[in-house]
Write a protein that binds this ligand. Structure first.
Ligand SMILES: Nc1nc2c(ncn2[C@@H]2O[C@H](COP(=O)(O)OP(=O)(O)O)[C@@H](O)[C@H]2O)c(=O)[nH]1
Ligand SMILES: [Mg+2]
Length: 253
């Protein structure tokens, strides 16, 4: 186990059930295979919680994949609360003998919000800041069922700068190789059902080609040009990533 992950594994090792929180819009991409393998090995059951279903605008989260793998999953929304009672029932049905529940996930997936929604009080501080949670205690959900109120943050490794960018764990001025990341984003979008028309929805633009070509097309569309008619792909990449990150976190606090 890598030292980076130690904290997240620490959070689940005494649990009888784990809630893996993912953003419903990134459902399959946000799952953590290393963590799930660990849970399988330890025979700790888990439920994938597809949070922020309000942001799906009626589209279905990737539930086929979970059905195929016979993994429990449930779409929910924390604010306003939706499906929280169903999640609670699912939890109780998986913990017939009672036990402790750990909540894990990437920064900003909504771990603290899920804990608050389930416990009905502001037990865990929510924040747009990555991985900021204090204190350690349990929240009683039922006489014999407790929620560990310290979420297990699955860290995003520094080298995984694409995920850092994608999940808004780091902002543009904290990221290197902005153009590379923008090109990766442009090639990633069409491969995901929910995101494939993001450029169209956001800018009213249909853009094709590889990442490099798309970035140039956007430069021209946004009139971001250097002297001599050369596309300013750096400025274009900055705008694209800023818009992306603002777009995926629409709720202001
Ligand atoms: N739209 C929407 N935003 C949510 C939902 N749940 C959490 N958020 C927002 O997502 C951000 C991260 O939430 P937080 O619970 O602090 O995530 P954590 O880092 O995983 O603990 C905050 O801005 C929350 O308000 C939800 O169901 N819908
Ligand atoms: Mg938190």
């Amino acid at each position: 186990m890598s030292s980076l992950f130690r904290h997240a594994f620490e959070a689940v090792k005494d649990a009888n059930l784990v809630l893996e929180i993912v953003d419903a819009r990134f459902a399959s991409f946000m799952r953590n295979a290393e963590m799930e393998q660990f849970l399988h090995r330890k025979k700790i059951p888990f439920i994938i919680v597809l949070n922020k279903m309000d942001l799906l605008h009626g589209k279905n989260p990737a539930s086929d994949e979970f059905k195929r793998e016979q993994i429990d999953s449930i779409p929910i929304c924390c604010v306003p609360k939706k499906n929280i009672n169903r999640l609670r029932s699912l939890i109780f049905s998986r913990l017939e003998k009672g036990g402790k529940i750990a909540v894990i996930g990437y920064p900003n997936a909504g771990k603290s919000s899920v804990i608050n929604a389930l416990s009905g009080r502001h037990a865990a501080p929510t924040s747009r800041q990555a991985g900021f949670t204090r204190g350690k205690s349990f929240v009683k959900l039922r006489e014999d069922v407790y929620l560990i109120d310290t979420p297990g943050v699955i860290p995003i490794a520094e080298h995984d700068s694409f995920k850092l960018m994608l999940f808004n764990a780091k902002s543009v001025n904290q990221l290197k190789d902005i153009e590379q990341l923008a090109m990766e984003l442009l090639e990633w979008l069409p491969t995901h059902d929910y995101w494939k028309d993001w450029l169209l929805r956001t800018y009213g633009l249909v853009v094709s080609g590889d990442g490099d070509e798309q970035l140039e097309i956007l430069s021209r569309a946004w009139n971001k040009m250097r002297r001599g008619g050369v596309p300013d792909t750096h400025a274009t990449a900055i705008k694209l990533i800023q818009d992306w990150q603002q777009g995926i976190s629409p709720r202001q606090e």
